[in-house]
Design a binder for this molecule. Sequence first.
Ligand code: HGA
Length: 610
Amino acid sequence: MCGIVGAVAQRDVADILVEGLKRLEYRGYDSAGVAVINNNNELQATKRLGKVQELAQALEQQPVTGGTGIAHTRWATHGIPSEVNAHPHVSNNTIAVVHNGIIENHQSLRSQLQGLGYEFLSQTDTEVITHLVHHELKTSDTLLAAVQKTVKQLEGAYGTVVMDSRDQDNIIVARSGSPLVIGYGLGENFIASDIMALLPVTRKFSYLEEGDVAQISRFNVSIFDTHGEPVEREAKEANVSHDSGDKGEYRHYMLKETYEQPTAIRNSLEGRLVGGMLDINTFGEGADEIFKNVEHVQIIACGTSYHSGMVARYWLEELAGVSCNIEIASEFRYRKSFVPKNSLLVTISQSGETADTLAALRLAKEIGYQSSLVICNVPGSSLVRESDLAFMTRAGAEIGVASTKAFTTQLVGLLMMTLAIGQHHGMSDKKQAEITQSLMSLPAKLDEVLALASSIEDLAEDFADKHHALFLGRGDQYPIAMEGALKLKEISYIHAEAYAAGELKHGPLALIDAEMPVIVVAPKNDLIEKLKSNVEEVRARGGLMYVFADNDANFSSDDTMKVIDVPVCDDIIAPIVYTLPLQLLSYYVAIIKGTDVDQPRNLAKSVTVE
Ligand code: HGA
């Protein structure tokens, strides 16, 4: 959350900064700002409420010039979205700061600084950094030293970039809890919260580690660790395409990313199932040894990733015969939990920077988890660097805030992990072959599902005037019902709940009437007769149902039920197959409701704050 870009160059950087912000807008979009130092050593700061486009227009009308600058797109935590609260924040017309994270001791620092005569203009926690740097500079030789002293006083999380209008040659950056990546150019260097922002200007990147402070100038980058000792952070070439942030022919990123799922899954499978055999190196060095010793799996995730983890629990226990628990990261990290013997901690995160999940991984290491594995879409991210093993989902850049291809490729990774663990726990050759074949059949199957788009679009009309919806599923389709409900909430703002269908009679049946559409995920499987009884319970109470089912499940449309015919598929991959129609349903409902599909209100991607 919150996107940061900074540059020290020999050319004007405003356009680079704004382009970077556009590429980071998925991280926050309630306001945006830029500050650039001009040739007279003056700060030119422009901020706008709303999207980066508003800022870009303001800069077109009143351009800023200069080779050193910082920029920010905000997702508010402290203080309402407003121009005053937008970053960069400035102290005494000299020090400008952008920040991602939360300064937890901001109130006491604010009082302290007010006592020293500093006047606060915004309601943000960030502004304390600005004045603190200004204050520390009075007794420091360099901006670097002032920032080093400042960060020692900060509690909480930050990725921050600081510049001083009197010094056009340097910007200072610091990381603790929120990601920052340095981009290396020729006679120019950059900083950003994500490499996406800098792909138009460089391919060479190095990630800052926790506690690092760095001085970035045109020809040099010096990094210091938490003790102030100089350190090297390996620079690597990124092999992501420059255009991966492009919407192409699609109206929204979410639709593009929904349609990319067959390709994303093909990429995710490529080279990993060699001759029908899983290549264990897919998970990294030492995977075989780790999987051999696993007796229990603890999955930790948030949001959509939590739902993929829930599906994995069904797979791990049923297919691999290994016990598995799953917990939301923000709960796990703040309670004392029992660590079963020989437990593997599995985290799931699209960005690899999810603050709660990262904190949970660090805690797990402290409390005795033997090994860790992450399912992640971003190489080099914090979770990848800090885990023993990693499965890279290869979904490609996902820009739509509502996750689509990241989710289904996570499921692919989790199914491969099930296979890998199962191989060490007596999974039969037949079962292994079945899983492998199912996985291989997925891309073509998903192409068939996407062909349902126009009939799902027709269905969406029925939801336009609804305020609530109920999603039902059983077994490994229960988490898919949850994901369907989350998607609908996120982008259409319709209140949606998901229930394991067997729970209906324990409460939610009371809600059923003609105003509460009920969406049922119903592939033909061992639970179909049970699910059909639940469907009858809804019908008997005047409920209207939308049933996603294959032919073999034997549902037929009537006055109270519309059946959407989903292609028949293997049970194992059915959770992945049934995800797509629900994504499409949410998308088309959101279109009818006229919401901002890619950037729904109040949300942001890459949740780097608690
Ligand atoms: N706390 C700061 C930055 C918020 C943030 O990092 N969001 O992701 C603010 O509220 O401006």
